[in-house]
Design a protein around this ligand. Structure first.
Ligand code: NAP
Ligand code: ZN
Ligand code: ZN
Length: 349
């Protein structure tokens, strides 16, 4: 076993603190990755505080991982020691169900092995995430990272990037379309960059007036203060597609009304409590309400390659791991531009 250092929380009301645990020795198909950077996703906070239910403690969060390969198993073909590697929200799946066979492992119908707050395929061994010194992952669930981009800015692509890229692709967003992005946080800022890169006209719908300039700098063509009913009303029946990346309770109907006939609103934000939908918000214009979960390995690689080609990365604030609890509080207050990334060498020895 490999002694590993990290930060864990012991329960929903505890803070993250130093934690020692063990990783498995890499098997024939595994790579051992020394973690360089790990992003802080709002899902880390939801799960660390058990807001979705069913959290497993102690929990080492983190699923936006970029690191360097330090060992490879005897059968590994895609990675060499010294190369950069990425790990996202899951590290394995059943590999046999229809979704796994289609490369849509994130919808595995049997057992998706989450990077943390989950169990291995034996359904017993807990998984621990990226707020740690190293991780062991099957090479087929590990992503290639281009050395062209700064690795700290790439880390958030492993969740925020793919979670926004996948629905934009699935719903065929492109030139000539009007796209709304609700919530300018970690996911929202990637959605703006990616939808703009795909050629769409992007409008940000935000509760924070202070983010207007940033929204435009990130590639948005328009900004709507969503707290202002008249501004919202002025955009009724306008959008082909809306991506909702809000982490907290909010009125979905106010945004559904902004879709044109046959428009689609996709939820990626996952507020802990149910959202209310007025049937008429959908019926009157044959609108669709959808949801989307991260992305499969193949599509995640496609997204990473797309980002390397188009020079798209995340806007980040790098922090030492000792500031992780403060970073959680600041994320909850919306005080992050636009992703915290932990520099893992600050874990020390
Ligand atoms: P984040 O950085 O905290 O951003 C969330 C944004 O939501 C905030 O910046 C804010 O934007 C808006 N917001 C927050 N509280 C609000 C409120 N009370 N009313 C209206 N708007 C509010 O979070 P994130 O990391 O981007 O994650 C966003 C959500 O996506 C989380 O629920 C997370 O769990 C979920 N998620 C889902 C997937 C998936 O696969 N579907 C993957 C990753 C994350 P403004 O200031 O612009 O209003
Ligand atoms: Zn995430
Ligand atoms: Zn499966």
């Amino acid at each position: 076993m490999l002694p590993t250092r990290g930060y864990a929380t012991k329960g929903p009301t505890s803070v993250l603190e130093p934690f020692k645990f063990e990783r498995r020795e890499p098997g024939p198909h595994d790579v051992l990755i020394e973690i360089l950077y790990c992003g802080i996703c709002h899902s880390d906070i939801h799960q660390a505080r058990d807001e979705w239910g069913g959290s497993i403690f102690p929990m080492v969060p983190g699923h936006e991982i970029v690191g360097r390969v330090t060992r490879v198993g005897s059968q590994v073909k895609r990675f060499k020691v010294g190369e950069l590697a990425g790990v996202g929200c899951f590290v394995d799946s059943c590999r046999r169900c229809a979704s796994c066979k289609e490369g849509l492992e994130q919808y595995c119908e049997v057992h998706l092995v989450l990077t943390y707050n989950g169990t291995e395929r034996d359904k017993k061994t807990p998984t621990y995430g990226g707020y740690s010194s190293q991780i062991v992952v099957d090479e087929n669930y590990t992503l290639k990272i281009s050395p062209k981009l700064p690795p700290a800015n790439v880390a958030p692509l492993l969740c925020a990037g793919i979670t926004t890229y996948s629905p934009l692709r699935h719903f065929k967003v492109g030139p000539g379309q009007r796209v709304g992005v609700v919530g300018l946080g970690g996911l929202g800022h990637m959605a703006i960059k990616l939808a703009a890169a795909m050629g769409a006209e992007v409008t940000v719908l935000s509760t924070s007036k202070s983010k207007e300039q940033d929204a435009r700098r990130l590639g948005a063509h328009d900004f709507v203060l969503s707290k202002d009913p008249t501004s919202l009303e002025a955009h009724a029946n306008r959008f082909d597609f809306i991506l909702d990346a809000v982490s907290a309770p909010h009125d979905l109907n106010a945004y559904l009304r902004l879709l044109r006939r046959d428009g689609v609103l996709t939820l990626v934000g996952a507020p802990p409590k149910p959202l209310e939908v007025r049937a008429l918000s959908l019926i009157t214009k044959r609108r669709t309400l959808a949801g989307s979960n991260i992305g499969g390995i193949r599509e995640t690689q496609e997204m990473l390659d797309y980002c390397a080609e188009h020079n798209v990365t995340s806007d980040i604030e790098v922090i030492p791991i000792q500031q992780v609890n403060e970073a959680y509080e600041r994320t909850l207050k919306g005080d992050v531009r636009y992703r915290f990334v932990i520099d893992m060498k600050t874990l020390g020895v």
